[in-house]
Design a protein around this ligand. Structure first.
Ligand code: AHN
Ligand code: ZN
Length: 331
């Protein structure tokens, strides 16, 4: 075989290879599969939860609450481009004045397409569902009810600092979500005594005219056996976001946590954001559909048992990864 023939053969082979490489047309599905999300460290997320409960119950107007808010601000300042602290005053169901603080951490403030991720950082002043009546006036640690969602969001903030999605992200930590009347009190319009921080933020966003494409609220996302049903108000206000999140979870193999079935109507922070700020917002919330539960939440909800021992890093990991996948798929 002469050299000339060899070279020609080599060239034709290379062309063939180039042609073959080029032949499968890029399709959107293929591009989706190549998205790499940053590594969510479940132990780090757990530590973020524990750091909050270590202050004790984060009840508004208490020393523990002041210490925790300083910790949350300092932590977000490490990771975010800009942090806003939003002080507010609200009247509680018992007539007292609550001094609250919402905290907002912004990534890429220059981006106009934005998604916000929210959770409440306060904990409930009353363990009014505790089996022991002596505890009904005691404040709860709120490891699951409050701290779990914040822990996931702080870990998301830590990892997106170095690897950013295409959209701007705002981490919104609401205060005074859980200062609602005790369940034995009959109060008119009692739902308006919940979500005091989110009501304030929805009516007075940290930036004038603030808009986001949508929002995702995390509430009680730390239990070992967490089950996230499609919450009804989320489906009413933001059905396409519910589908996006539950479909993403299914693709990732997490249908055992993100159940493809209806939950209940829950007056959580997302209700006020939808109603007042008109930003489509969903709630990823652990819902207990079993008939034994008299409040549709996990059995230790609003009891002294809602402590760090209830938190499973695996659940934090599932929720963190689903949220990351959703925001990294945004164009
Ligand atoms: C009630 O159902 C009264 N509140 C739901 C919101 C909530 C309370 N989330 C955590 N604690
Ligand atoms: Zn609660």
């Amino acid at each position: 075989m002469n050299v000339k023939y060899l070279i020609i053969t080599a060239i034709s082979f290379s062309l063939l290879i180039i042609a073959c490489n080029d032949s499968p047309q890029k399709n959107p599905q293929k591009e989706e599969a190549t998205i790499t999300i940053p590594f969510f460290n479940k132990d780090s997320a757990f530590q973020f939860v524990k750091n909050q409960t270590d202050f004790g119950p984060r009840v508004p107007n208490t020393a523990a609450s002041l210490q925790c808010v300083q910790y949350l601000i300092a932590t977000l300042q490490k990771y975010c481009d800009t942090v806003y602290v939003q002080p507010f005053q609200s009247r509680a169901f018992d007539g007292s004045i609550i001094n609250g603080k919402n905290i907002i951490g912004a990534f890429n403030p220059e981006k106009t397409k934005r998604v916000f991720l929210a959770s409440h950082w306060d904990s409930r002043p009353f363990a009014d569902y505790d089996s022991n009546p002596e505890n009904h006036q005691k404040a709860i640690d709120g490891a699951n009810d409050g701290a779990s969602g914040v822990g996931v969001l702080l870990e998301i903030a830590r990892v997106i600092q170095k690897q950013r999605p295409n959209v701007g992200i705002d981490i919104v930590l609401f205060d005074a979500e859980d200062y609602g009347p005790t369940h034995d009190m009959q109060k008119q319009n009692s739902e308006n005594y919940w979500g005091l921080g989110s009501q304030y933020w929805a009516a007075n966003p940290h930036l004038f005219g603030y808009k986001a494409a949508y929002g995702i609220l995390l509430d009680m996302v730390g239990d070992k056996n967490a089950r996230f049903y499609k919450e009804r108000l989320s489906q009413y206000f933001a059905p396409q976001i519910v589908e996006k999140v539950w479909n993403t979870a299914a693709k990732m193999g997490y249908s055992n946590y993100f159940i493809d079935a209806d939950g209940g109507y829950i007056t959580d922070d997302h209700y006020f954001v939808n109603e007042i700020a008109k930003i489509p917002t969903i709630d990823i919330i652990h819902y207990d559909a079993s008939p034994e539960s008299n409040h549709n939440f996990v059995y230790y909800w609003h009891t002294m048992e809602d402590n760090i021992e209830k938190i499973d890093p695996t659940t934090l990991n599932v929720v963190g990864n689903v949220v990351l996948q959703v925001i990294f798929e945004e164009k």
